[in-house]
Design a protein around this ligand. Structure first.
Ligand code: DX5
Ligand code: ZN
Length: 218
């Protein structure tokens, strides 16, 4: 039951203050790294993670939307990243996952909406985090794709059956309306960007998403 605000929708010129604003409701901080190739958009990398590290103790959950994550892993570790998530669409992730763990970071695997669950199934015993994208990667503020919840449910079933220490995270279009279906399907970590940082009161928005996802009565 964790909430990960995505700084993609925060004010990059005022990042430390933006993080501080939501820290009380954040379990992790989701950092979207885009290289202009894997996705057309271009964002931030290890230098910004290094700066963030000095300003927050939150778990820095780095989602790499890049063609060549291997060349960045050492730099992210040195910058103070806690977790690195790589896209399964790039091919066999085994060596990169091993490298991430060797650098003392948590290893995550992510699949885009068109990618079937079967693509990640062989690697579930080699990861700490499975990230299911519920929008096509590249931008914040897109509409939630509910069909991906079948993949969340499949992952939940296998993780539970096999007792695997894998957290299931969902990313894209999460807000108070979509959070309940995601957590019902078995999500452990909700990522939310625009629904938090574009709200008038980001901290209150984060609290509402958490309460929508995990109602107190249940
Ligand atoms: C999109 C990113 C997401 C993005 C989500 O490629 O991976 O993390 O920040 O933004 P929202 O919550 O606005 O859909
Ligand atoms: Zn992301």
């Amino acid at each position: 039951m964790k909430l990960a605000p995505s700084i993609l929708s925060a004010d990059f010129a005022d990042l430390a203050a933006e993080v501080e604003r939501v820290a009380a409701e954040a379990d992790l901080l989701h950092v979207d790294v885009m290289d202009g190739h894997f996705v057309p958009n271009l964002t931030i990398g290890p230098p910004v993670v290094k700066s963030l590290r000095k300003r927050t103790d939150l778990f820095l959950d780095c989602h790499l939307m890049v063609d060549n994550p291997g060349v960045l892993l050492d730099d992210f570790a040195e910058a103070g990243a806690d977790g690195i998530t790589i896209h399964v669409e790039l091919g066999d992730p085994t060596p990169l996952l091993a490298r991430i763990r060797a650098l003392d970071m948590r290893a995550g695997l992510v699949l885009s909406p068109p990618t079937p669950f079967e693509a990640v199934a062989p690697y579930l015993d080699r990861i700490d985090l499975l990230l299911v994208m519920s929008v096509n990667p590249g931008w914040g503020g897109q509409e939630f794709i509910p069909e991906v919840l079948t993949k969340v449910a499949a992952a939940r079933r296998i993780v539970d059956e096999r007792g695997l220490p894998v957290e299931i995270e969902i990313d894209g279009g999460i807000n108070v309306e979509t959070a309940p279906a995601a957590t019902r399907a078995g999500v452990d970590i909700l990522v939310a960007g625009s629904a938090i940082f574009h709200a008038e009161n980001p901290l209150a928005a984060a609290r509402r998403i958490r309460e929508a996802g995990w109602p107190r009565s249940s």
